[in-house]
Write a protein that binds this ligand. Sequence first.
Ligand code: HEM
Ligand code: HEM
Length: 190
Amino acid sequence: MWRNSRSGWGLVSILFHWLSALTIIGLFALGWWMTGLGYYDPWYNQGPWIHRSIGLLLLFATLARLIWRLVQPTPKAEGSRLETIAAHLGHIGLYVLVLVVMISGYLISTANGRGISVFGWFEVPALLHGLPNQASLAGDIHWYTALALMILAAGHALAAIKHHWLDGHKTLVRMLNPVLSKRSDHKVVR
Ligand code: HEM
Ligand code: HEM
């Protein structure tokens, strides 16, 4: 139930996946909206504060997710050889992009040498600051990689829907139902 097996994802991986997906989409929308606010808007400081705090919590959750991913088995890939390779590269791409987005966001926020307060609960120190043009360079990287992440995630979601509706594979169902991780048989009966 909690752990993965060769036939399905366990609850831990499923929760990591869907909570991360919702958070990432929410952070993209919040980031886009907050950068358009005027100086006198009450959300001018509040928006970025929430964005940074949730973003850093996502960073810690992603590191925990990657450790869990390395110590757990993964379900067998479904589809043709080309699809399997594309899915594998796509998943690596999603992990890399999400890490680059979060690290560049951290570098924008700490460029002035000040740490980041996470909802006032604790502070993450500024480890790297004062690089030439740090804030604007990290800002450009943050925006373009966030955009690339959204595009890749949309392709990834379309691929999941194709596996489900056109191919009749269990890929989407096993990312929703942890009970499948206990079964040895993962074939779909249609
Ligand atoms: C996957 C997670 C994240 C996504 C999808 C995301 C997305 C975005 C987007 C779309 C913007 C608007 C960019 C623009 O219009 O130029 C933005 C701005 C920003 N983000 Fe993130 N972000 C994430 C994580 C983070 C993290 C972890 C931090 C810091 C700890 C952060 C700090 C910032 C800052 C400071 C801005 C304002 C930049 C500016 O004023 O130009 N973000 N983010
Ligand atoms: C920002 C949004 C998303 C991100 C960053 C993301 C990321 C990922 C990653 C990295 C994996 C690979 C897991 C691993 O091997 O450790 C994965 C798997 C998966 N994702 Fe997403 N995902 C997102 C949204 C979605 C959406 C919207 C859907 C469905 C409509 C979806 C369906 C799936 C499925 C079915 C799998 C399992 C693939 C398999 O079992 O081989 N994902 N996702």
